[in-house]
Ligand binder design. Structure first.
Ligand SMILES: CC(C)(COP(=O)(O)OP(=O)(O)OC[C@H]1O[C@@H](n2cnc3c(N)ncnc32)[C@H](O)[C@@H]1OP(=O)(O)O)[C@@H](O)C(=O)NCCC(=O)NCCS
Length: 107
Protein backbone atom coordinates (compact mmCIF):
# COMPACT_ATOMS: atom_id res chain seq x y z
CA UNK A 1 0.00 0.00 0.00
CA UNK A 2 1.07 3.59 -0.56
CA UNK A 3 -0.54 6.94 -1.20
CA UNK A 4 -0.96 9.34 -4.10
CA UNK A 5 2.15 11.53 -4.39
CA UNK A 6 0.62 15.03 -4.34
CA UNK A 7 3.79 16.93 -5.26
CA UNK A 8 3.72 15.44 -8.76
CA UNK A 9 0.10 16.14 -9.59
CA UNK A 10 -1.24 18.72 -12.01
CA UNK A 11 -3.42 21.47 -10.50
CA UNK A 12 -6.41 19.97 -12.30
CA UNK A 13 -5.81 16.54 -10.74
CA UNK A 14 -5.23 18.08 -7.28
CA UNK A 15 -8.54 19.90 -7.49
CA UNK A 16 -10.33 16.55 -7.89
CA UNK A 17 -8.80 14.97 -4.76
CA UNK A 18 -9.16 15.57 -1.03
CA UNK A 19 -6.25 17.35 0.68
CA UNK A 20 -5.13 14.35 2.76
CA UNK A 21 -3.02 11.37 1.51
CA UNK A 22 -5.20 8.98 -0.48
CA UNK A 23 -4.28 5.30 0.05
CA UNK A 24 -3.57 3.30 -3.11
CA UNK A 25 -2.63 -0.30 -3.89
CA UNK A 26 0.66 -0.37 -5.81
CA UNK A 27 0.94 -2.91 -8.60
CA UNK A 28 4.56 -3.76 -9.33
CA UNK A 29 6.21 -6.09 -11.82
CA UNK A 30 2.98 -7.46 -13.24
CA UNK A 31 4.06 -9.57 -16.22
CA UNK A 32 3.22 -12.52 -18.43
CA UNK A 33 5.97 -14.75 -19.84
CA UNK A 34 6.89 -13.50 -23.34
CA UNK A 35 5.86 -16.85 -24.87
CA UNK A 36 2.35 -16.47 -23.41
CA UNK A 37 1.60 -12.79 -23.92
CA UNK A 38 -1.63 -11.73 -25.60
CA UNK A 39 -3.65 -14.60 -24.12
CA UNK A 40 -5.32 -12.69 -21.31
CA UNK A 41 -2.88 -13.54 -18.49
CA UNK A 42 -2.01 -9.88 -17.82
CA UNK A 43 -5.72 -8.98 -17.72
CA UNK A 44 -6.40 -11.84 -15.27
CA UNK A 45 -3.56 -10.68 -13.00
CA UNK A 46 -4.95 -7.15 -13.13
CA UNK A 47 -8.41 -8.45 -12.18
CA UNK A 48 -6.83 -10.24 -9.21
CA UNK A 49 -5.15 -6.96 -8.13
CA UNK A 50 -8.50 -5.15 -8.55
CA UNK A 51 -10.23 -7.69 -6.28
CA UNK A 52 -7.56 -7.19 -3.61
CA UNK A 53 -7.91 -3.42 -3.87
CA UNK A 54 -11.70 -3.67 -3.48
CA UNK A 55 -11.20 -5.90 -0.43
CA UNK A 56 -8.76 -3.37 1.04
CA UNK A 57 -11.18 -0.51 0.35
CA UNK A 58 -13.73 -2.23 2.60
CA UNK A 59 -11.32 -2.60 5.55
CA UNK A 60 -8.37 -0.20 5.65
CA UNK A 61 -9.40 2.09 2.78
CA UNK A 62 -8.10 2.16 -0.78
CA UNK A 63 -8.75 4.92 -3.31
CA UNK A 64 -7.25 3.36 -6.43
CA UNK A 65 -4.82 0.90 -7.98
CA UNK A 66 -1.51 2.52 -8.90
CA UNK A 67 0.77 0.67 -11.32
CA UNK A 68 4.09 2.31 -12.15
CA UNK A 69 4.76 1.37 -15.77
CA UNK A 70 8.37 0.54 -16.52
CA UNK A 71 8.13 0.98 -20.30
CA UNK A 72 6.06 2.86 -22.87
CA UNK A 73 4.58 -0.48 -23.93
CA UNK A 74 3.40 -1.20 -20.38
CA UNK A 75 2.10 2.41 -20.03
CA UNK A 76 0.01 2.04 -23.22
CA UNK A 77 -1.27 -1.36 -22.09
CA UNK A 78 -2.58 0.16 -18.83
CA UNK A 79 -4.13 3.09 -20.75
CA UNK A 80 -5.94 0.51 -22.90
CA UNK A 81 -7.33 -1.06 -19.71
CA UNK A 82 -8.92 2.22 -18.54
CA UNK A 83 -6.09 3.59 -16.37
CA UNK A 84 -5.15 7.25 -16.58
CA UNK A 85 -2.21 9.40 -15.58
CA UNK A 86 -2.68 12.29 -13.15
CA UNK A 87 0.58 13.85 -14.36
CA UNK A 88 1.58 13.80 -18.04
CA UNK A 89 5.29 13.38 -17.15
CA UNK A 90 4.80 10.42 -14.82
CA UNK A 91 4.72 6.64 -15.40
CA UNK A 92 2.27 6.29 -12.47
CA UNK A 93 -1.26 5.45 -13.55
CA UNK A 94 -4.48 5.23 -11.59
CA UNK A 95 -7.88 3.58 -11.73
CA UNK A 96 -10.38 4.50 -9.03
CA UNK A 97 -12.07 1.89 -6.85
CA UNK A 98 -15.60 2.57 -8.16
CA UNK A 99 -14.47 1.98 -11.76
CA UNK A 100 -12.63 -1.18 -10.65
CA UNK A 101 -15.78 -2.49 -8.96
CA UNK A 102 -17.82 -1.96 -12.15
CA UNK A 103 -15.12 -3.66 -14.26
CA UNK A 104 -14.82 -6.67 -11.93
CA UNK A 105 -18.62 -7.09 -11.80
CA UNK A 106 -18.80 -7.07 -15.61
CA UNK A 107 -15.94 -9.63 -16.07
C1 LIG B 1 1.99 -5.84 -20.29
C2 LIG B 1 1.68 -7.33 -20.07
C3 LIG B 1 1.65 -7.66 -18.59
C4 LIG B 1 0.31 -7.68 -20.70
O1 LIG B 1 0.01 -9.05 -20.43
P1 LIG B 1 -0.69 -9.96 -21.53
O2 LIG B 1 -1.04 -11.24 -20.91
O3 LIG B 1 0.13 -9.98 -22.76
O4 LIG B 1 -2.00 -9.05 -21.81
P2 LIG B 1 -3.46 -9.56 -22.19
O5 LIG B 1 -3.36 -10.77 -23.07
O6 LIG B 1 -4.28 -9.68 -20.94
O7 LIG B 1 -4.00 -8.31 -22.97
C5 LIG B 1 -3.76 -8.21 -24.33
C6 LIG B 1 -4.53 -6.99 -24.80
O8 LIG B 1 -3.71 -5.85 -24.63
C7 LIG B 1 -3.53 -5.23 -25.88
N1 LIG B 1 -2.17 -4.68 -25.91
C8 LIG B 1 -1.02 -5.38 -25.90
N2 LIG B 1 0.03 -4.51 -25.91
C9 LIG B 1 -0.51 -3.27 -25.91
C10 LIG B 1 0.04 -1.96 -25.93
N3 LIG B 1 1.35 -1.74 -25.95
N4 LIG B 1 -0.81 -0.90 -25.93
C11 LIG B 1 -2.14 -1.09 -25.90
N5 LIG B 1 -2.72 -2.31 -25.90
C12 LIG B 1 -1.90 -3.38 -25.90
C13 LIG B 1 -3.76 -6.31 -26.91
O9 LIG B 1 -4.18 -5.78 -28.14
C14 LIG B 1 -4.90 -7.09 -26.26
O10 LIG B 1 -6.13 -6.43 -26.45
P3 LIG B 1 -7.54 -7.22 -26.41
O11 LIG B 1 -7.72 -7.75 -25.01
O12 LIG B 1 -8.56 -6.16 -26.74
O13 LIG B 1 -7.44 -8.29 -27.43
C15 LIG B 1 2.72 -8.22 -20.83
O14 LIG B 1 2.78 -7.83 -22.17
C16 LIG B 1 4.11 -8.17 -20.21
O15 LIG B 1 4.41 -8.96 -19.33
N6 LIG B 1 4.96 -7.25 -20.70
C17 LIG B 1 6.31 -7.14 -20.22
C18 LIG B 1 6.39 -6.75 -18.78
C19 LIG B 1 5.71 -5.43 -18.50
O16 LIG B 1 5.84 -4.48 -19.28
N7 LIG B 1 4.99 -5.40 -17.37
C20 LIG B 1 4.40 -4.21 -16.84
C21 LIG B 1 5.32 -3.73 -15.75
S1 LIG B 1 4.70 -2.29 -15.01
Amino acid sequence: MGSVVFENLTDEARSRLPRYPMPVLHVGQLAADSSLQGRGIGSLLLKCAAERAIEASETVGCFAIEPIADSDQAFDWYLGRGFSSLNPGSMRLYQGIETLKATVEKA
